[in-house]
Design a protein around this ligand. Structure first.
Ligand code: NAD
Length: 234
């Protein structure tokens, strides 16, 4: 079977083998903080220094990690496949870009950027961000917040994503637990559209497993390169 229009949803599991912890990893950054304390708009209003500190630590971690075989294989797929390949990622790391994938949609934002709450400007930010730093566009401070979609906020690019889900003929989900909406509902949307093959790659069955036509269980770093070779007919 050959496919033309491929859409891939990635989650924290694809970056786990690079050394970035998923939500569930024991001892990871997430294990040390409650979501309500660091990943909601209310948390930022209540304790901006704590929230900035949490994302500063995650941003610093990016310097110590590199893309793994799964990220690299998806970049190869984009380069060598004859049709469009789009990655929709829930991840805020930049490992897809560093593997040289170009067609990447960051629906939950990006660690390497900040957004001005006063003028809306999004800018690249590779170091620590603190409340005393001013926005380079409007000059105000405190004004900068992590360019991250927190719980209770709307993900970015949803119109574009729904268009893609309705048009693809292969939908692949990699390393996501299927518990955070709206991403968890994408496979059901694809299924409703009616003609795409759906494939899950994960360590274990996700919460949305019953919506997938096919599933492969194991590490993304092992399974994704094999899948990409299959799709490229190698
Ligand atoms: P999650 O932590 O809920 O689930 C991760 C899934 O990946 C699990 O089902 C797990 O079994 C699987 N997994 C773990 N290691 C794997 C491997 N080596 N190969 C294949 N699968 C593996 O993550 P999620 O579903 O992406 O959850 C939601 C939220 O977590 C998102 O909002 C995302 O923004 C955030 N998050 C992002 C990062 C990142 O940017 N790297 C890291 C942690 C959390």
């Amino acid at each position: 079977m050959t496919y033309q229009n491929i859409v891939i949803l990635t989650g924290a599991g694809i970056s786990a083998e690079s050394g970035l912890s998923t939500f569930r990893d024991e001892g990871g950054l997430w294990a040390k903080h409650r979501i309500e304390d660091v990943a909601t708009p209310e948390a930022f209003i209540k304790n901006p220094d704590l929230v900035q500190g949490f994302y500063n630590a995650r941003r610093r971690q990016l310097q110590d990690v590199t893309p793994n075989g799964a990220h690299l294989a998806l970049a190869k797929l984009e380069k060598e496949h004859s049709g469009p390949v789009t990655i929709i990622t829930q991840n805020v790391d930049d490992l897809h870009e560093r593997a040289l994938s170009h067609n990447v949609i960051h629906m939950h934002g990006e660690l390497s950027k900040v957004r001005c709450t006063q003028c809306g400007r999004v800018q690249l930010w590779l170091g620590d961000c603190t409340q005393d730093k001013a926005c380079s566009a409007c000059g105000k401070s405190p004004a900068l917040r992590p360019y991250i979609v927190w719980f209770g906020e709307l993900p970015y690019y949803m119109d574009r994503i729904h268009g893609l889900l309705g048009q693809c003929d292969l939908f692949i989900s990699i390393g996501t637990s299927g518990t955070v909406y709206p991403a968890a509902g994408f496979v059901a949307d694809v299924q409703k559209a009616g003609y795409a093959h759906t494939l899950e790659i994960n360590l274990e069955p996700s919460a949305g497993i019953s919506y997938f036509a096919e599933a492969r269980f194991g590490k993304a770093g092992d399974l994704v390169p094999v899948l990409v070779d299959e799709l490229l007919g190698k």
